[in-house]
Design a protein around this ligand. Structure first.
Ligand SMILES: Nc1ncnc2c1ncn2[C@@H]1O[C@H](COP(=O)(O)OP(=O)(O)OP(=O)(O)O)[C@@H](O)[C@H]1O
Length: 388
């Protein structure tokens, strides 16, 4: 460990500029939008969900662009240029495959690009259990109804009819409604489940294996688009997908963002201290969690710098998510009076020292050791401490 005790960094538990009130209001608005979307009340860009012959069971999968737009979402030059590449390929009617390390921002980017199209969005996650029926739809039991025939006045006959009820799943809803499909971590699903995507991308037709009758296929809506994401460094639980599918998508590689973008991202995920001299002390009355302090820009800079150094030094991925989590941890542990490493300053703020950083990053990264050369948590802590 570099014994640099002079490198005390500030964490202040002061008035919050990020405004928890505003965040609460934004969350409430999103929640309302989500409920409206679930009830089928899409705005003019969206469309009420339909499912052929079965009422609205295929619905539920469609969300309005406003609902899925990630919030907070930082738009630096780096973020915008990537998003423009994605929306550009979508405009060229090409499915896009976003490839990058875990926690680098693929999902946020995909959802932001999808929302920018102003079309409804269908968001699904890849999984071992995903098969063709999960994507396309299935028969879900019988639907019973009654027919009444009146032959002569006063004589009627009732017939009970049971009809198989087909329920559309996300891909059917997306192609029918011209939605943007965001298929996260799609390589976690069995490649056989994706055979149906080939004719969607190539011929503009979705085959619904198992579906009986005339409507076995759906013509793909001209506005349907797809964004797939996958992790480039992950091997466990991941299937190699068929070349035929990979050949039909453009692969956009997403690395870790530049330092400025990462600082901005972390800043939007934590409460930021108002370091102005005339700032009012916060009474924390509107906080969801009074234990949580606010970080000043210097502390955020330190967390990001540490994350980026560890990214170079450690044998596993240290993504932007790790920086956000560390900053959130420091906002709590750095303000807990009496902890060894959080020292109360006379102005009510706290110091962020190497000890606290090492504690927090050890926890943040502690679950990533399996299969690496670092075989226990004390070695991890030493490696982290060495880089500080
Ligand atoms: N532009 C951005 N603005 C604000 N926050 C962002 C931005 N990009 C990424 N983030 C945040 O960074 C974290 C990681 O991003 P995200 O989940 O998109 O990564 P990912 O690459 O999809 O991760 P995984 O591979 O593990 O699914 C999330 O907390 C996300 O909110």
């Amino acid at each position: 460990m570099a014994e640099d005790t002079s490198r005390k960094r500030k964490v202040r538990g002061r008035k919050i500029r990020g405004d928890r009130e505003q965040k609460k209001r934004r969350r409430a608005r999103k929640e309302l939008a989500r409920k409206a979307s679930r009830n089928g009340n899409h705005d003019e860009a969206g469309t009420a969900a339909t499912s052929e012959s079965t009422g609205d069971e295929g619905g539920g999968h469609l969300e309005s662009p406003e609902t899925v737009a990630p919030e907070p979402f930082v738009e630096t030059d780096a973020v915008e240029s990537l998003r423009e590449r994605i929306t550009g390929w979508l405009a060229a009617d090409q499915p896009v495959h976003l490839i990058g390390p875990t926690g680098c921002g693929k999902t946020a980017l995909a959802l932001s690009a999808a929302a920018a199209r102003g079309r409804p969005v269908v968001h699904i996650n890849g999984d071992e259990a995903v098969d063709t029926a999960t994507l396309v739809g299935t028969y879900a039991g019988g639907e019973r109804y009654e027919e009444r025939d009146e032959f002569v006045s006063g004589v009627s006959k009732k017939t009970q009819i049971v009809r198989d009820r087909w329920v559309d799943n996300p891909l059917s809803a997306a192609v029918r409604e011209g939605a943007t499909l965001v298929y996260n971590e799609f390589s976690r699903s069995d490649p056989a489940a994706h055979n149906v995507l080939l004719s969607v991308f190539e011929e503009g037709v979705l085959e619904r294996p198992g579906k009986r009758g005339r409507e076995r296929t759906i013509d793909v809506h001209p506005e349907f688009r797809a964004i797939l994401t996958s992790n480039d460094a992950e091997y466990a639980g991941v299937h190699r997908q068929q070349d035929a599918l990979l050949d039909r998508v453009v692969g956009v590689h997403v690395g870790h963002y530049d330092a400025e973008t990462e600082r901005e991202i972390v800043r939007t995920h934590v409460d930021v201290a108002d370091t102005r001299d005339d700032a009012e002390p916060s009474d924390s009355g509107d906080s969801n969690n009074d234990e949580r302090g606010a970080l000043d820009p210097e502390a955020i800079g330190t967390v990001v710098e540490t994350t980026r150094t560890l990214r170079e030094e450690l044998p596993f991925v240290v993504g932007t998510r790790a920086a956000i989590t560390a900053a959130k941890g420091i906002a709590v542990f750095g303000t807990q009076a009496g902890t060894e490493s959080a020292q109360q300053r006379t102005d009510g703020g706290h110091t962020l020292d190497d000890e606290l950083l090492a504690d927090v990053f050890t926890d943040v990264l502690g679950s990533k050791l399996a299969g690496t050369e670092i075989d226990d948590v004390s070695t991890l802590r030493e490696r982290i401490t060495d880089t500080l």
